[in-house]
Design a protein around this ligand. Structure first.
Ligand code: GLA
Length: 382
């Protein structure tokens, strides 16, 4: 797994790296836009990973980060304490700054970082968290610091939130750090309570090909709407901290207190919170059919109330439903990216039916991959 990254490092910098780590992308089964509202999420890690090789920088360049990725052709050089690079290397610089505050950075002049990845970017499978978690693990390993998976997730989260400026929640970094093979993770994002739930179902990812860039705004806009909703709802319930903690049985009161679009956003978050907890129970009991119908409900709520779907995603989900899939929904932030489709063991017809329906509208075939719940971050010294 790490050999191509080690070779890439050597070709770029003329010497071997000292440590290498990799972390996976993810799909979220259910619990969308709940994490930054203090609710539950239920993601799994996918087999696609980002691998980061690291080593010390040149002696005459103290405090300098040199970073290269196979996806972009030039080496980025930056004094990471003073300035943030643009683009993908911001995540690495953010990780360096966070590790520095934990005193978990290599005591050396500068650092060199080389990145390879098969996690698609902008497809809604959290490529940025795979990069930040892998970078945090590789750099901590280089420094000889033993950070726990939860600490690594924290470093990666703060890198993205504080330094890159994406107002994301903790889901993506946490699953990249804590994932277990053949398990989904039920994560309660207010308490950070986490539970592994066996996951063996047949799941597919259908990529719309529509790409998005989260730092460009819509996630931040939704988050601001949720914060405005909490501010107003505090007049009704002063102890309210998280939107997801609004009592589900007080939905009428919530609807009366808020105007659109805050009302629709809040109804989504409260409904999705209940759905996700229920879905986790159903999954644990192997009730895949009922679990699947909650996926459809979640998609409908994302589409209609949270308005984070896209026509391409709706086409896929509607075709999956017509063809008899157990469940389907957008996954990740939305506005493009990919949809997940849950199938019965014997179902061979649904995927071709989805592809045909998509081709009819958009004139191209959406790529489909089967998803296997995979393991989280791992590292090795070289
Ligand atoms: C993005 C964010 C996550 C989460 C999802 C929506 O992937 O990075 O933290 O908010 O959107 O559920």
């Amino acid at each position: 797994m790490s050999r191509p990254t080690i070779e890439f490092f050597r070709n770029a910098f003329g010497e071997l790296p000292r440590a290498v780590a990799s972390a996976p992308g993810r799909v979220n089964l259910i619990g969308e836009h709940t994490d930054y509202n203090g609710g539950p999420v239920l993601p799994i890690a996918i087999a696609e990973r980002t691998t980061v090789a690291v080593g010390p920088g040149p002696v005459n360049a103290p405090g300098v980060l040199e970073a290269i990725s196979t996806r972009y052709d030039k080496v980025i050089r930056v004094r990471w304490q003073e300035e943030l690079p643009k683009g993908w290397a911001t995540y690495v610089a953010g990780v360096l700054r966070e590790l520095w505050t934990l005193d978990a950075l290599p005591k050396m002049n500068g650092v060199r970082v080389a990145v390879t990845s098969d996690v698609p970017v902008g497809a809604g499978v959290a490529s940025s968290a795979a990069l930040s978690v892998a970078a945090a693990k590789a750099l901590a390993t280089l420094a000889g610091s033993t950070l726990t998976p939860r600490q690594l997730a924290g470093v990666a989260f703060r890198a993205e939130y504080d330094h890159v400026g994406v107002r994301c929640g903790v889901m993506d970094q946490t699953i990249a750090a804590l994932a277990k093979r053949e398990h989904a993770l039920l994560l309660e994002c207010a308490s950070l309570d986490a539970r592994q739930i066996p996951f063996h179902a047949r799941l597919f990812l259908v990529d719309t090909g529509v790409r998005h860039n989260l730092s460009a705004g819509r996630l931040n806009e939704r988050r601001a709407e949720c914060e405005a909703a909490v501010k107003r709802l505090k007049l009704e319930l002063p102890e309210l901290v998280w939107l997801a903690s609004w009592p589900a049985e007080w939905l009428l009161r919530l609807k009366r207190a808020l105007r659109e679009p805050l009302r629709a956003r809040a109804v989504h978050v409260v409904g999705e919170t209940a759905r996700t907890r229920f879905a986790a129970q159903l999954l644990e009991r192997g009730r895949l059919k009922q679990f699947g119908s909650l996926l459809y409900e979640s998609h409908e709520s994302c589409r209609h109330l949270y308005e984070c779907s896209a026509p391409e995603l709706d086409t896929i989900v509607a075709a999956a439903k017509r063809a008899g899939a157990l469940g389907a929904r957008l996954t990740g932030a939305g506005w493009g990216g990919a949809a997940i489709v849950l199938l019965r063991k014997t179902d061979t017809k649904t995927i071709p039916a989805i592809q045909r329906a998509f081709e009819k509208v958009y004139g191209r075939t959406p790529p489909v991959t089967e998803v296997h719940a995979s393991a989280g971050v791992r590292a090795k010294h070289i």
